[in-house]
Design a protein around this ligand. Sequence first.
Ligand code: COA
Length: 117
Amino acid sequence: MLIRYKKSMEKIAMGLLSFMPHVKEVKKLQQTIQEYNNNPNWHLFLWKDEDDILGALGVVIEEDKAIVQHISVDPSHRGNGIGKQMVCELRNMYSPMHRVTATDETKNFLEKCETEA
Ligand SMILES: CC(C)(COP(=O)(O)OP(=O)(O)OC[C@H]1O[C@@H](n2cnc3c(N)ncnc32)[C@H](O)[C@@H]1OP(=O)(O)O)[C@@H](O)C(=O)NCCC(=O)NCCS
């Protein structure tokens, strides 16, 4: 299930965000997590499976849009449907108030989720 990120989960969240192609660099990773800590329009969620945190999903809210800007799953748990479940839960959480959209970086996977929804 998706849980809301808290500062106490910062290390695990940074580890997962570092799998995003444009967030690998340490400085960029630190800036990104700071934004999730401090910016009320940046919402980060983690995927919890029993006691393990296996995925991260980050959105930025812009008017009526919830834009998925980060999505990543622990490499040893990919291909098991976690990515698609995260997107599905996110849609249920934000609609109908917000339309869930993607960035250039996340659109390929979001499009895949849409075609299979
Ligand atoms: C993208 C990612 C989150 C998918 O997570 P996952 O839990 O493995 O996804 P699921 O198991 O729900 O879905 C797997 C399907 O998505 C496809 N897929 C994986 N990465 C994809 C991508 N970047 N674009 C489009 N489809 C992708 C797989 O080929 C697989 O297809 P299939 O169902 O036809 O076999 C994961 O691969 C990841 O963390 N990648 C690194 C971070 C990243 O690049 N994020 C941006 C992605 S656009």
